[in-house]
Design a protein around this ligand. Structure first.
Ligand SMILES: *[C@@H]1O[C@H](CO)[C@@H](O)[C@H](O)[C@H]1NC(C)=O
Ligand SMILES: *[C@@H]1O[C@H](CO)[C@@H](O)[C@H](O)[C@H]1NC(C)=O
Ligand SMILES: *[C@@H]1O[C@H](CO)[C@@H](O)[C@H](O)[C@H]1NC(C)=O
Ligand SMILES: *[C@@H]1O[C@H](CO)[C@@H](O)[C@H](O)[C@H]1NC(C)=O
Length: 330
């Protein structure tokens, strides 16, 4: 019986995609409504039954099995719904799953999600997931890229929720109602995290947030755009400095000059800073601008900042490595 099944599966593969994976895809299409037939849309007319030829599907060249599935914006109804994660269990080699923009409020049958033990990239952006999604995704220990922007996450997020995701390299929780990202002192998780996106969230204490970034030894890129850091930095205690962050985006964010000062001392290796459309509050004092040792690229287009007339001189003194500066409409 088992041998026979194997022969059937082998047969299915020689024609392109595995039959049971194609059936599973058609079942998914039914659940997703998909009025425009996005899912079975083919690269060319040849691959009608070969789901590996469908635009939104990618199969492995070696095993013929489905490794990537893109369901971006497939669900066109207005009301929210619960997706049965067991619908994905036939795809045992799935590495990338994109569910961006489908009005999903949650998963029923969470175990279905857990069984995707090869999943490396999961995009759940722009759905209606609340904080309970965190404990579900936390069981996907192979995940490297996790996108949760534009959902209904709220309140304080404890980084310990992600403890089991030891392979995580990129985490996006932008545009949620998060007001705190709690990283306990001496935290030893997320050692591989390279890129963190917390744009458009309600975190007000920028200094605390930036200090906590020191717990992530691989962090290279931080996105904090569309944020209003209202708390000024008053503490004079020694700031720890972290040497891996190179890229910081503060587009359309507002912050006090003292926070910019902290950024310069906390991240001495910062190379690329974008403050496009942002606002810097407070006055530049005597010593001038914060000293950015390694900064090579600075975008301050449309940035509102009280500039001294000798600003360019200040810049050249405080940013000795600068190669590119843009100041249109500042
Ligand atoms: C698989 O095949 C596609 C198309 O022929 C090719 O672009 C891709 O590089 C191949 N991937 C691997 C891992 O060989
Ligand atoms: C989810 O799908 C699985 C497999 O098709 C099925 O056994 C299960 O009953 C479904 N769960 C719910 C809550 O519909
Ligand atoms: C969060 O979503 C889950 C479903 O995933 C639901 O059961 C729960 O009631 C929701 N919680 C709140 C506070 O809305
Ligand atoms: C800095 O980042 C911007 C995008 O925000 C990019 O266009 C630019 O090339 C980068 N510059 C350097 C030196 O990395």
């Amino acid at each position: 019986m088992f041998v026979l099944l194997l022969i059937i599966l082998e047969g299915g593969w020689s024609e392109g995609c595995l039959d049971h994976e194609r059936f599973a895809l058609l079942r998914l299409q039914h659940f997703f409504n998909d009025p425009y037939n996005y899912l079975p849309n083919r690269v060319d007319d040849e691959g009608a039954t070969d789901c590996c030829q469908w635009e939104r599907v990618e199969c492995s060249n070696t095993t013929g099995r489905l490794i990537a599935l893109d369901l971006f914006g497939t669900y066109w109804r207005e009301y929210s719904w619960y997706l049965n994660a067991s619908l994905f269990t036939p795809f045992q080699q799935l590495e990338s799953l994109d569910l961006h923009g489908n009005n999903i409020a949650g998963f029923v049958e969470n175990e279905g999600l857990e069984r995707l033990s090869n999943l490396k990239r999961l995009d759940l952006s722009y759905n209606l997931f609340n904080n309970s999604i965190l404990s579900s995704v936390a069981r996907l220990s192979s995940l490297a890229l996790l996108y949760l922007s534009g959902n209904r996450l709220e309140g304080s997020i404890d980084v310990k929720e992600f403890d089991s995701l030891s392979n995580l390299e990129e985490l996006d929780m932008s545009y949620n109602e998060i007001d705190n990202f709690e990283v306990p002192q001496g935290y030893r998780g997320l050692r591989k995290l390279k890129s963190l996106h917390l744009s458009g969230v309600g975190i007000r204490d920028g200094s605390k947030l930036l200090q906590s970034m020191g717990s992530f030894p691989s962090l290279n890129t931080l996105h904090l755009s569309f944020t209003s850091f209202t708390k000024t930095v008053t503490t004079t205690r020694e700031l720890h400095s972290f040497t891996n962050l190179e890229y910081l985006r503060l587009d359309d964010s507002s912050l006090h000059i003292s926070l910019l000062q902290s950024i310069a001392s906390i991240f001495p290796s910062l190379k690329n800073l974008s403050m496009l459309g942002g606002k810097v509050n407070g006055l530049l004092r005597g010593q001038g601008f914060p000293h950015f040792k390694s900064l090579e690229y600075l975008n301050m287009d449309f940035t509102r900042i009280a500039l001294n007339t000798n600003f360019l001189q200040i810049i050249s003194e405080s940013m000795p490595s600068l190669k590119y500066l843009s100041l249109s409409d500042s």
